[in-house]
Design a protein around this ligand. Structure first.
Ligand SMILES: C[S@@+](CC[C@H](N)C(=O)[O-])C[C@H]1O[C@@H](n2cnc3c(N)ncnc32)[C@H](O)[C@@H]1O
Length: 216
């Protein structure tokens, strides 16, 4: 580790969370309603939502593609970072998740700016035109990440942003034991990222860690 690095332990992480802009009441209610509706609690962390929103705003992104909608938490957070006329196209394979998300999006301040596409993203992403997207956020099945990377590099314009969640695989990415199926899938994804000559990236350790890349 370099002398200028500060490993983030639980105490420091709690401090970081306190310094982050607070989650608003609507997203908090959405999380609670999603839990009551039986959706898995695998949405991004509030500090990650703030990071994505600010990043998209800073980059001036207008068109964002998400893979993995769940209840719409991250889609609403990201849409809030887009200018007038901006939109999020989010992909979800589970009809119950898509239905919950559509209802909460329709009642949110981002109604009309987020489209939920139901189906396997492997089948639905190819309908999006080459070079037409400013940012892509991957947050679905990890086994699909390598294929989604290929789609992302096709859809993104030059200078577009790639974001991918869970790139530390719950902390198991570097445990040296061969890892879970998820850790193995993420390892294959990170190898594909390294091999992609048109992408430059870093890992940001927020939530379960987010890959942040820019297409050349
Ligand atoms: C981690 S959750 C997404 C959380 C969401 N991005 C958020 O933070 O609010 C992953 C979602 O991806 C969906 N999913 C899994 N495989 C998929 C696929 N092949 N195509 C589209 N969605 C998929 C799951 O049903 C689940 O709702």
């Amino acid at each position: 580790m370099s002398a200028s690095s500060t490993p983030v332990d639980e105490r420091l992480f709690a401090f970081i969370q306190k310094q982050t802009i607070a989650e608003d009441a609507y997203l908090r209610d959405l999380r609670q309603a999603a839990r009551q509706a039986g959706l898995p609690e695998i949405h991004i962390a509030p500090e990650q939502a703030a990071f994505l929103q600010l990043l998209l705003r800073g980059a001036g992104a207008r068109t964002v593609v998400e893979v993995g909608t769940l209840g719409g938490y991250s889609a609403i957070a990201m849409a809030r970072g887009l200018p007038e006329g901006g939109r999020v196209i989010t992909h979800e394979i589970e009809p119950a998740h898509a239905e919950f998300a559509r209802q909460w999006i329709a009642r949110s301040d981002q109604a009309g700016r987020i489209e939920v596409r139901l189906g396997n993203a492997i089948d639905t992403l190819p309908t999006i035109a080459d070079g037409s997207v400013d940012a892509v956020f991957l947050d679905a099945d990890k086994e699909g990440y390598v294929a989604y990377l290929g789609q992302a590099l096709r859809m993104l314009r030059s200078g577009g942003i790639l974001l991918a969640d869970n790139v530390l695989a719950g902390g198991h990415i570097a445990d040296g034991s061969g890892g879970s199926a998820t850790a193995q899938a993420i390892t294959r994804f990170l190898a594909a990222v390294q091999a992609a000559r048109s992408l430059r990236s870093v890992i940001v350790p927020l939530g379960d860690a987010c890959l942040f890349g820019v297409k050349e």
